[in-house]
Design a protein around this ligand. Structure first.
Ligand code: THU
Length: 135
């Protein structure tokens, strides 16, 4: 699956966004290592803090469908380039620090970076299982 194809799927996914408060629709498409693609959109809430971003929707869908190994994620928005927010960076870092993140103004102007480049020193207990076992 090319970056462009994945981005186009993310663009389609933003059509399902529920964003009556921000009017900023976001779509995500997450490619798992088993070849499956999981889409997500942002789902806002009257209690603003309960809002879920597109990236976490996609990631949570994938995990609940039995896969935790990811290759890349594409993110599209109404407002063009949309790098993941800090919470989403940390959320995805749990599963794949080397995840490729793709976004851009449109499918002809894509940018990409590795998750661990845009989240330095991310928190991951899994990196040190001995430490977890000792507590
Ligand atoms: N949003 C995402 O879906 N992903 C991000 O990485 C940034 C923010 C959503 C949350 C909220 O519904 C809207 O964009 C405005 O913050």
């Amino acid at each position: 699956m090319t970056d462009r194809e994945l981005f186009l799927i993310a663009k389609e996914a933003l059509e399902n966004a529920y964003a009556p408060f921000s009017h900023f629709r976001v779509g995500a498409a997450l490619l798992a290592k088993d070849g499956r693609v999981f889409t997500g959109c942002n789902v806002e809430n009257s209690s603003f803090g309960a809002t879920i971003c597109a990236e976490r929707t996609a990631c949570t869908k994938a995990i609940s469908e039995g896969t935790r190994e990811f290759e890349k994620i594409a993110i599209a928005s109404d407002g063009g380039t949309a790098w993941p927010c800090g919470i989403c960076r940390q959320f995805m870092y749990e599963f794949e620090p080397e995840l490729i993140v793709i976004t851009g103004e449109d499918e002809d102007h894509l940018e990409k970076a590795k998750l661990n480049e845009i989240l330095s020193y991310g928190f991951r207990l899994n990196d040190d299982l001995e430490q977890i076992e000792s507590v």
